[in-house]
Design a protein around this ligand. Structure first.
Ligand code: ATP
Ligand code: MG
Ligand code: MG
Length: 380
């Protein structure tokens, strides 16, 4: 028997652990939070900081291969483990994903178009910003997620103010693009360089947080889907990436495909794979890091994924409530995944609901009914 380690104890770590256990692995989670969702299901939970030398030594000693489930794990922690163990993805690849300036430079180097942008390191750089980047979005280079660490700006006065508000840290200013829709692609690459991709995921965000993913992507032409998958492979190859990588794209109103950002791990928009594909994104992560065979995954059902945020646990008046799970589970094709978080908070990811169907319309019909039962906005 073999043991796998994961840095980070959130829901992505939990679903990774569950997939690894299904394949017979024992799992060790490293996360400082005693109440971490992944720590609760793993065989062992090391409650320590990601840079705690003793904990890292213990993880390396117990595990045959180690991965990460969260984007901002210190790349140094991965590097130190890599001295004696298989670590996937590698610290140097994760470091590129953690820094929007390096990430954008990598997209350019990979020949995949991204939004026109400028890197701002200090207020002195503001004067050099070209007019074509306004209106734009100012994003901190590091540590942003769910739209946090971003400001939309229309002119130079707002830009200067936003740069200050974000703390004067290194930022990337991107031109505001006219979006038709958003999509993402999961690419999985093995240590031998073989890469496979999942079908394109069409995503809808609300308030900067992913709300709905639909596969097959209803509004993306086939040629564009192929282009997105090829671009994701090129981006992974250029990083010598090993593991699951999620690449987010925009489709612009004029039909062009533009890459937005990437996440060095399984991704929220890939949760549909748990019920609609023959191999989930989490099992793929296990396969990639352990050198098990990768093969092209198959989507066996059209699917809609609904993200379940903590908002659902409260009435409009702010009273706590339990969502109508029995009603939801009575719907055709419904698979509920809750992450075991004790405390619901507005905006907090508590779970997701996959609705599969024999046809896209059948999946949508279940999703419509689920939205009505849960009080989510109707999308269709
Ligand atoms: P995530 O939680 O996906 O990691 P994030 O905080 O890293 O989010 P981005 O994905 O960069 O943020 O941006 C959040 C959202 O803002 C995008 O999904 C998109 O809707 C919008 N957005 C970002 N950049 C642009 C742009 N250049 N033009 C238009 N809209 C944009
Ligand atoms: Mg991001
Ligand atoms: Mg994003």
């Amino acid at each position: 028997e073999a043991t796998l380690g994961v840095l980070g104890g959130g829901q992505l770590g939990r679903m990774f652990v569950q997939a690894a256990q299904s394949l017979g692995y024992t799992c060790v989670v490293l996360d400082p939070d005693a109440a971490s969702p992944a720590g609760a299901v793993a065989q062992a939970h090391l409650k320590a900081d990601y840079l705690d030398a003793a904990a890292l030594a213990q993880l390396a000693q117990r595990c045959h291969a180690i991965t990460t489930e969260f984007e901002n794990v210190p790349a140094r922690a991965l590097d130190s483990l890599a001295a004696t163990r298989t670590v996937a993805p590698a610290g140097r690849a994760v470091a590129v994903c953690q820094d929007r300036a390096r990430e954008k430079a990598h997209f350019v180097a990979s020949g995949v178009p991204c939004a026109p942008y400028a890197v701002l390191r200090s207020t002195a750089d503001l004067a050099g910003v070209s007019d074509e980047l306004l209106p734009g979005i100012l994003k901190t280079a590091r540590l942003g997620y769910d739209g946090k660490g971003q400001r939309r700006v229309t002119d130079r006065t707002q830009l200067a103010l936003a740069f200050q508000e974000l703390g004067g840290v290194e930022c990337v200013l991107e031109q505001m693009l006219p979006l038709a829709l958003e999509l993402s692609v999961l690419v999985v690459r093995g240590a031998d360089g073989q890469a496979v991709t999942y079908p394109v995921q069409q995503n809808l965000h609300r308030d900067g947080i992913l709300a709905v993913t639909e596969v097959p992507a209803p509004d993306v032409p086939q040629a564009l889907q192929a282009q997105a998958r090829q671009s994701a492979v090129a981006i992974a190859q250029g990083l010598s990436y090993v593991g699951v990588l999620c690449v987010e794209f925009f489709v612009l109103k004029d039909g062009r495909l533009v890459v937005n950002e990437m996440a060095p791990r399984p991704h929220n928009s890939g949760h549909y794979t748990m019920n609609a594909c023959d191999v989930s994104q989490f099992e793929m992560q296990v396969r990639a890091m352990t050198g098990l065979p990768l093969r092209e995954p198959r989507l066996h059902s059209p699917v809609v994924m609904l993200n379940l945020l903590g908002d659902l646990w409260f009435t409009a008046e702010g009273e706590e409530r339990t969502p109508d799970w029995a009603g939801v589970l009575a719907l055709p094709g419904a698979s509920l995944h809750l992450y075991g978080k004790a405390q619901a908070r507005v905006g907090r990811k508590m779970g997701h609901l996959n609705l599969t169907g024999a046809t896209p319309e059948a999946a949508r019909e279940s999703a419509r009914q689920a939205c009505a039962l849960l009080g989510l906005p109707q999308q269709w």
